[in-house]
Write a protein that binds this ligand. Structure first.
Ligand SMILES: NC(=O)c1ccc[n+]([C@@H]2O[C@H](COP(=O)([O-])OP(=O)(O)OC[C@H]3O[C@@H](n4cnc5c(N)ncnc54)[C@H](OP(=O)(O)O)[C@@H]3O)[C@@H](O)[C@H]2O)c1
Length: 253
């Protein structure tokens, strides 16, 4: 396929973890992938090199997804011709340390929730505007099972932030549907990435033992679900929050 014929996908935080696996999956599905990164250019270049070695097309784009000006610029850089096929909002832009509410300051709680939403809001707005002109496109947010599952200790800020993300996606799906754009969410449980590497092996094993599929997720497990939601196999799916947790949430119901 010629590069000019490939639809473009912007993957935020596409340089590491779930985002890197998603960039590779979407490139394999025929997208020209804009691999967003924040601070680690080398990781983004590695993902681009892997994609190109496999015959795909990709390029790295730096930017802080929380910043409205940078988010608007990211969309322009990803789709200079105004054609954007997919936006995957995955960046882990709202960092946090698990903390009980009793010792979590309002500024820290506030920063977590607003950073999570800031990381998707402007990007979605600009992507939707382009996709509406094409009357086609797909937006996927990466949330967490923490949002709708049983409240885990210390995860109030993260869970609240991701729950807000799920709700925002549903509103956006209703607004975007009539102009041909779908909006969905994947909600992973524990996924083995740099961000979760601090989790002790024994705890990871406990999570694996509790999941009906008897393992924890690799980044590519989530990337496959994202690619499915982005693609035409999910052409009548919108407003959905899809858990990608090996059944762990269901087994706790
Ligand atoms: N890992 C899990 O267990 C798990 C579970 C459920 C949900 N999730 C969600 O999955 C998503 C990805 O997590 P991950 O574990 O794959 O993270 P990760 O391996 O730590 O990768 C984080 C990615 O986000 C980028 N990033 C960070 N801040 C950014 C910003 N302000 N603007 C743009 N990009 C930024 C990083 O770029 P640089 O390296 O350049 O900084 C990197 O590409 C997150 O939304 C997270 O909440 C993860």
């Amino acid at each position: 396929m010629k590069n000019s014929e490939r639809p473009t996908a912007l993957v935020t935080g596409g340089s590491r973890g779930i985002g890197a696996a998603t960039s590779q999956r979407l490139a394999a599905a025929g997208y020209r992938v804009a691999v967003n990164y924040y601070s680690n250019r080398g990781a983004a270049d590695d993902v681009v090199a892997k994609i190109e070695a496999d015959g795909g097309s990709a390029f790295a784009v730096q930017g802080d997804v929380r910043d409205t000006t940078q988010a608007a610029r990211l969309i322009r850089q990803a789709a200079p011709d105004g054609r954007l096929g997919a936006l995957v909002c995955n960046a882990a832009a709202a960092t946090f340390v698990p903390t009980p509410v009793g010792s979590l300051s309002w500024p820290d709680f506030h920063a977590k929730v607003t950073d999570e939403l800031a990381g998707v809001y402007t990007l979605s707005q600009h992507a939707l505007s382009l996709m509406a002109e094409q009357r086609h496109g797909s937006i996927v947010f990466v949330s967490s099972t923490v949002a709708d599952g049983p409240p885990s200790p210390g995860m109030a800020a993260h869970g609240t932030a991701k729950a807000a993300l799920n709700t925002f996606a549903r509103f956006l799906a209703c607004e975007a549907g009539p102009v041909g754009v779908r909006v969905n969410v994947v909600a992973p449980g524990f996924v083995r990435t740099d961000a979760s590497a601090h989790m002790p092996q024994a705890l990871q094993q406990q999570l694996a033992d509790r999941a009906p599929l008897r393992r924890v997720a690799e980044a590519d497990d989530v990337a496959r679900a994202i690619a499915m939601l982005v693609g035409e196999d999910a052409r009548f799916v919108t407003g959905a929050v899809v858990p990608v947790d090996g059944g762990a949430t269901v087994s706790r119901m």
